[in-house]
Design a protein around this ligand. Structure first.
Ligand SMILES: Nc1ncnc2c1ncn2[C@@H]1O[C@H](COP(=O)(O)OP(=O)(O)OP(=O)(O)O)[C@@H](O)[C@H]1O
Length: 257
């Protein structure tokens, strides 16, 4: 039996806002160390699902387990990378200061020196240590995105969640970001959330799509689809016509961490 623990599992989850059923009968799971994409069109419920994963909303039905615990308990083990973060341009915060914010809670006892050490280590991981003293607002969009990855890494998370990591990036910046993620692959569980329904990075192990129910239920569900390499090998195509059974897994099924 594999000893690879489950990173995230949804079991028969349903969630509605007061006048809108968003998710219904959602069951899926993936394991620690996997690189997962969650794709869905605009308005399908990606942000809602992320709020559930991070314990910011609770499901009305079903159970969610994040790293073996209730998300409210385990979300401190997750590094979240938003699409963008803005800082007042009149307040020239440095790259190092932005990254240090990510580990303030994790290093309360170690003080500023410990935070700086962790922040510099994280900047090295994304290969931006040379920009540590640069004002954050002076960076390019792609560099800022990698600084936000460093900010999340500075708390040494078990899992990274990236919201639309490639949005508004040119090809080269996107490739640099994925080169950074490729170095983390295997040691950190990575979940990227994107509305790009057709193709994903070749780093992705599995793809889950937020889809309509086939039997006409109002809320959406999550379905795993097959992936195939594109001819030039730089992307993987999502095969929306090939569904993978809900209980399919790289590993023998294990219920908990
Ligand atoms: N606080 C809320 N109250 C009521 N309805 C909401 C709320 N937040 C989101 N919704 C609705 O829930 C549905 C799912 O929204 P959600 O933001 O999760 O989708 P999304 O896939 O993240 O969209 P996008 O790609 O555009 O960000 C949408 O119809 C949205 O209008």
């Amino acid at each position: 039996m594999s000893s690879v623990p489950i990173a995230l599992s949804f079991h028969d989850v349903a969630f509605s806002y007061p006048n809108l059923k968003v998710l219904e009968d959602v069951s899926f799971h993936f394991h620690v160390g996997e690189f997962i994409a969650l794709v869905g069109p605009n308005g399908s419920g990606k942000s809602t699902l992320l709020k559930l994963v991070l314990g910011l909303e609770a499901p009305q039905a079903g159970t969610i387990s994040l790293l073996g615990e209730n998300p409210k308990k385990s979300r401190a083990l997750v590094g979240y990378v938003p699409q963008h973060t803005s800082y007042d341009s009149n307040f020239p915060i440095s790259v190092l200061e932005v990254v240090r914010m990510g580990c303030v809670d994790a290093t309360k006892r170690g003080g500023k020196a410990k935070q700086t050490e962790k922040a510099l280590k994280a900047l090295r991981q994304v290969e931006l240590e040379h920009l540590a003293e640069r004002p954050y607002n002076a960076l390019s969009g792609g560099q800022r995105r990698r600084v936000l990855v460093a900010r999340a890494l500075s708390a040494e998370p078990i899992m990274l969640i990236l919201d639309e990591p490639a949005a508004n990036l040119d090809k080269e910046s996107e490739q640099r970001l994925y080169a950074t993620l490729s170095k983390l692959k295997g040691s950190t569980t990575i979940l990227i959330v994107t509305h790009d329904m057709r193709e994903v990075s070749p780093l992705i192990d599995r793809v889950f799509c937020i889809d309509a129910h086939k039997d006409g239920k109002i809320g959406r569900t999550v379905v795993q689809h097959a992936l195939e390499d594109e001819a030039e090998g730089t992307r993987k195509r999502v095969r929306h016509d090939v569904e993978i059974p809900g209980d399919f897994c790289h590993y023998p099924r294990e219920e908990n961490v």
